[in-house]
Design a protein around this ligand. Structure first.
Ligand code: NFS
Ligand code: SF4
Length: 639
């Protein structure tokens, strides 16, 4: 396993901790994602352009962008193949998010029925979600109401009517609903939409690229409301609404003398229980000779437990193998999404145990500890004890923990943001924010979200672009692995405001920070959570548009995924453009093989929803494009 002979190539990361671990991997002959990327080069040009199809067994078919063949065996052309592939990508993302939220709903139902050991911590959220769904709250206990909420969510998944999803219609403004209705993209039962889209893209069904693109928008809405919105609402009810909390980020958060457990994946049902039992079993770790138990997070599980528990972040997507390469991780527990199948191979070079927890997310050489909502306490104890037992096998000669770590604040839910602003204006909390936007102290706002992608230098596009935006007084909110990236370089701290924010933005952040009693400015980048928590950004945009009586598409805002890799990032982006938000992507998606699809996504779409994609791999040009967009929106508003 640890016999990989590294060639002479440079590793692509901005992160000094990651670079240090990559050198260690070289010395110890451990293969990483960067090595495998090198081995894949050159990547297939047809695939890169979206021009290959394997949807039936006559294929694979490829279209030559420079000549013949122009049509595939069945007669499909470049536009059709690209549009079909894109829809399948978005289906993949929407299915991942919808399944994630379904698991959370199942947990909520079991918890509300008293069958699962999860006390409902988000009591205020029960009330606000019930109100949004139009449920009467009178005379009902929190548990009764939560159960009713779970049933409304499940009813969306079980609906056989042609009515649009309840969760969607209860969340968005009537004017947006009308736009989506006119376009024929209001989703019904999310499971049915996912099935229909798979059918639509199979051999010999839809031959219309434009019709497929409309379905892509519809599946973007499935992602947005059956995935993100439902997921966040339900998780807040289960685990509590996040409030600002201070922690640290980067591999330096691993402890030299404690049992290190890394939570990785996406489901707080698992990671919250690990955190709970790590605290309860701390003394067992001490008895085993360690100084206690230290938990750190990777990817969105990291964001979830950061937001609610202040657990530090070990690293983002590209750093997952590197955490194990420190030699200091006793156990990494994963659930679903974004964990590399390579983890067990890397772990085999060290003493690290990898634990899988869900029926659909297993790894052949991992320890499988199947979690359910009912058995979560038992399984979490088993997992934590496995980590404690592994501590004795730690090889001090192989331990090297980078010292790099930065202060980072997380937990900026919409509830928190509104509460903080209410300190400035209790009657109309959004007014100070909007007034500052109108006055130009805040030029606009950008949600910078998404992943790392081995095709880009880790964190670099994100960091460079965000620096430019902040210097131009644009407020940034972040989620997902992008939030980790920004955390590592101090953007999520008050000191980051002084370092990166333009003077006007800094004065606003300082005023809000002082009003909130922080004695320091707010961080210039507000960490709003995991990728499902992009719904929080949607909620904030909806609230701002509502306050101003305009549409989201008219706000001086944009979205950006500078280093996206996952199908989920594409489906989230599609939801954002359906909302009317211009969405930058810093890695070129496989659509360039179709001039038609490229034109619709980057231009024509604006006439339908107000949103569009903006593809730019250079971070400075990306920032320029976003700034130009914000200025144009400001001009249109007359501000
Ligand atoms: Ni989002 Fe979060 Fe990270 Fe990308 Fe993966 S963890 S759900 S998909 S890689 S940001
Ligand atoms: Fe080729 Fe058409 Fe079959 Fe796709 S569906 S593999 S393009 S024949």
């Amino acid at each position: 396993m640890c016999e990989f002979n590294h060639g002479a190539h440079s590793h692509q990361t901005l992160d000094p901790a990651a670079a240090e671990m990559l050198e260690k991997a070289n010395r110890e002959n451990v293969q990483t994602v960067w090595d495998r990327f090198e081995q894949q080069k050159p990547q297939c040009g047809f695939g890169d352009l979206g021009l290959c199809c394997r949807n039936c067994l006559q294929g694979p078919c490829r279209i030559n962008p420079f000549g013949e063949p122009k049509t595939a065996i069945c007669g499909a052309d470049a536009d059709l193949i690209v549009a079909r592939n894109l829809l399948r990508t978005i289906v993949g993302g929407a299915a991942s998010h919808a399944d994630h939220s379904y698991m959370a709903i199942h947990c909520l139902k079991e918890a509300a029925e008293g069958k699962a050991p999860y006390p409902l911590k988000g009591v205020e959220k029960i009330q606000s979600v019930a109100a949004k769904l139009g449920l009467s709250t009178q005379g009902k206990t929190d548990n009764e109401l939560a159960l009713e909420i779970a049933h409304v969510a499940l009813a969306d998944f079980g609906s056989y009517s042609d009515e649009p999803m309840k969760w969607l219609t209860a969340t968005v403004a009537p004017e947006l609903l009308e736009t989506w209705k006119q376009l024929g993209i209001l989703p019904k039962n999310p499971d049915r939409e996912i099935r229909t889209a798979m059918h639509q893209t199979s051999m010999g069904v839809d031959g219309s690229p434009l019709n497929l693109l409309l379905s892509s928008l519809k599946l973007g809405l499935v992602d947005g409301y059956a995935g993100l919105q439902m997921g966040t609402d339900v998780q807040d009810i289960l685990f509590g609404i996040p409030y600002p909390i201070k922690t640290e980020a980067n591999l330096g958060v691993l402890s030299p003398d404690k049992v290190n457990i890394v939570v990785h994946g996406h489901m707080p049902e698992v990671s919250e229980k690990i955190v709970e039992w790590a605290k309860k079993l701390d003394n067992e770790a001490i008895e085993a000779g360690a100084a206690g138990i230290n938990i750190a997070g990777i990817c969105c599980s990291g964001n979830e437990v950061l937001m609610r528990q202040g657990i530090p972040l070990a690293g983002n997507y590209l750093s997952q193998e590197l955490a194990i390469i420190t030699g200091a991780v006793e156990l990494m527990v994963v659930d679903v999404q974004c964990f590399m199948p390579s983890l067990t191979k890397v772990a085999s070079c060290y003493h690290t145990k990898v634990v899988t927890t869900t029926p659909i997310g297993q790894l052949p050489d991992a320890e499988h500890i199947p979690f359910t909502p009912e058995n979560a306490d038992m399984k979490a104890q088993e997992t934590v004890r496995l980590a404690i037992a592994a501590y004795a096998k730690r090889d001090p000669a192989k331990v090297q923990i980078p010292t790099h770590k930065s202060e980072a604040w997380g937990g900026f839910s919409v509830e928190t943001i509104v509460e903080t602003l209410a300190k400035l204006d209790p009657v109309s909390p959004l007014k100070p924010l909007v007034d500052n936007i109108i006055a130009g102290n805040i030029l606009g706002a950008v949600g910078v979200v998404g992943c790392n992608n081995v095709k880009a230098i880790q964190d670099q596009q994100t960091v460079e672009m965000v620096k430019d935006l902040l210097a131009n007084n644009v407020l940034v909110v972040a989620t997902g692995c992008t939030a980790h990236a920004l955390a590592k370089y101090g953007f999520l701290s008050p000191a980051g405001a002084k370092k990166y924010a333009g003077s006007k933005l800094l004065s606003v952040l300082t005023a809000i920070g002082e009003a909130a009693g922080l004695n320091e400015p707010l961080p210039p980048v507000l960490h709003m959570g995991s990728c499902v928590d992009n719904s929080r950004i949607g909620d904030l945009l909806g609230a701002l548009a509502g306050y101003l009586s305009i549409s989201i598409k008219d706000l001086p805002v944009a979205a950006s995924a500078p280093e996206l890799q996952h199908e989920k990032a594409v489906s989230i982006g599609t939801w954002a453009v359906a909302l009317g938000v211009m969405t930058h992507v810093g890695v070129v998606p496989p659509v360039l093989g179709s001039p038609l699809v490229t034109k619709v996504l980057t231009s024509d779409l604006e006439g339908l929803t107000g949103g569009k994609f903006f593809v730019e791999t250079d971070p400075h040009l990306a920032a320029e494009g976003i700034l130009a967009h914000i200025l144009a929106k400001r001009k249109a508003l007359g501000i």
